[in-house]
Design a protein around this ligand. Sequence first.
Ligand code: G3H
Ligand code: 13P
Ligand code: ZN
Length: 311
Amino acid sequence: MPLVTTKEMFAKAYKGGYAIGAFNVNDMEMVQAIVEAANECHSPVILQVSAGARKYANPVYLKHLVEAAVETTDIPIALHLDHGADFDICKASIDGGFTSVMIDASSKPWEENIAVTRSVVEYAHAHGVVVEAELGKLAGIEDDVHVEASDALFTSPDEVEEFTARTEIDSLAIAIGTSHGAYKFKPGQDPKLRLDILEEVGRRLPNFPIVLHGASSVPQDKVAIVNQYGGEMPNAIGIPESELRKAAQMAVCKINIDSDLRVAFTAAVRKHFVEYPSHFDPRQYLGDARAMMKEMVKHKIVNVLGSANKA
Ligand code: G3H
Ligand code: 13P
Ligand code: ZN
């Protein structure tokens, strides 16, 4: 099956009360871990590439790695630009064969967000590509932009109808309590999603796919491995997976996960080097990293997304 857009996946996910995982990729091991896990679970999947990933790996390499994944599996796979900052990066991704792009002008004033989003939609739709945009502001770090928790803003349901109507986007990312990165909340805090906002957004936008960014939950067992084997990750927690599961059963059709896979990757590599100090063949420790990420993706498909056997 060739690369697909997210249109059909989202329509089925909305009706079926589940969500599609959008996992960030920066190298071959990540692509393989995610796609092998999704394939074994018969789940559709979205592979997403940030500006940082484009800089690190070169989008042409990533595109061909994803094409290799498409060739070796028969699940629906979409290739998505994560957090496109302006029209030019969205256009470059569309021209380069991505099937979905995000234009993230959520930090810009209202009219500017609408204008740039609308221009991306016109170009994307003319090329058969779908567009995600964002309203609201998540706390955390993405591409070196740090948004303090005090500056984070929940999405206002009053804005979503006008925004989607004027931009004609295909999906909308909203801020309801998630945040980017691995250092989200302190242990002892009781982070929850504002499911009331999600419900109201869903009421105002019937059958419209909603996206959640910053949906890593900070796996405590993997953080413990990192720290047991010489790491110094601070104690932190994310939104519980049970809350994300509820959102997936509502209007949320795409759930973004990056940090949890990074933690799994690092845990496996740190453990490997301590257990096998003489090893120097990268296939040995990268193989362990790939296996731990794969296990993590399967866990998310079953416990958070509910997308197993939906391919
Ligand atoms: O939301 C941001 C993603 O986790 C990508 O992170 O910009 O460091 O590649 P990155
Ligand atoms: P996490 O940092 O919570 O994994 O969020 C990833 C994300 O939103 C990518 O766009
Ligand atoms: Zn994000």
